[in-house]
Design a protein around this ligand. Structure first.
Ligand SMILES: [Zn+2]
Length: 275
């Protein structure tokens, strides 16, 4: 068998130019395996612009790449991939499996679950894996050397909780999101939110950067998971609401019917202006 040459590029964690290895995002054993169709946000937005009857969750007309391996890409060098896999991803997989077990015990149509760990978890390791995934989906990084050191050294605890807040939720929806930085402005409130998001069944995470005062994100704030040491274990309990993803836009959890009614009301407004 011929050995496939690895692409050379800038590792999104250590920043060195090295051969990059394929990384599953989210980790392979956390529900990310098998064939997937990946569509870029630009491609979906173009399709929506070209065809205004097109619904944002329908990717059937979009140009897509098929991956046999699951979701992911060539983001990290071998050493970063192996280290973070060993230090953080293993524990993250255990955590997500606990969540899956929790969902299996509730009735269909649930609106959320109270997650109680049945065995102690390592909160810092889980949290660091979430932050590694946030760097994975950001081709230009987050321009924060301290954050890089926080992830490159497993024991490091210097995390800027004022700047970064992570919210978790059960994620269910046709559009899975691996979104790099996105800045959204609300014209009515004047609020600007900056996010990055990794959301894929069964769980999603939104990273908010410099969250504006008065904005209340959906989900459960799990940023306090950084208050543990690498070897600290804890029993955790938190409520995770079930949120839907029907668009490529980060932090957009509108249901399909909410999206349809927004589209209808926009059409009506345009109609009135024409008169
Ligand atoms: Zn690296």
């Amino acid at each position: 068998m011929s050995k496939k040459r690895l692409p050379i590029g800038r590792c999104r964690l250590c920043g060195k130019e090295l051969p990059l290895t394929f990384e599953h995002v989210p980790p392979h054993r956390a529900g990310n395996s098998g064939k997937v169709r990946q569509v870029s946000g630009d491609n979906l937005f173009q399709t929506l612009r070209d065809d205004n009857s097109h619904m944002p969750w329908d990717i059937s007309k979009c140009h897509s790449k098929e991956s046999q391996k699951g979701k992911g890409g060539y983001f990290l060098c071998q050493s970063c991939n192996n280290n973070t896999g060993e230090w953080y991803a293993k524990e993250y997989v255990r955590f997500v499996r606990g969540i899956i077990a929790c969902i299996q015990n509730v009735d269909a149509g649930y609106t959320g679950v109270q997650f109680e760990s049945v065995a102690p978890i390592y909160p810092l390791r889980v949290f660091k894996q979430i932050m590694v995934m946030m760097l994975d989906v950001n081709p230009h990084g987050l321009n924060d050397e301290k954050l890089v050191q926080f992830l490159l050294n497993k024991e490091d605890r210097e995390f800027n909780k004022e700047k970064y807040q992570v919210y978790a939720y059960l994620y269910d929806g046709p559009v899975e999101r691996l979104n790099g930085l996105m800045v959204q402005a609300n014209i009515l409130t004047g609020m600007i939110i900056t996010t990055s998001e990794v959301a894929s069944w069964p769980i999603g995470f939104t990273l908010y950067i410099d969250l504006p005062e008065g904005y209340s994100p959906k989900g459960c704030n799990i940023t306090n998971m950084v208050d543990y040491n690498y070897d600290d274990q804890a029993m955790v309990s938190f409520y995770l609401p079930r949120l839907e993803g029907n668009t490529m836009i980060s932090a957009d959890f509108r249901t399909k019917s909410e999206i349809v009614s927004t589209i209808e009301s926009n059409k009506n407004t345009v109609g009135e202006e024409v008169k």
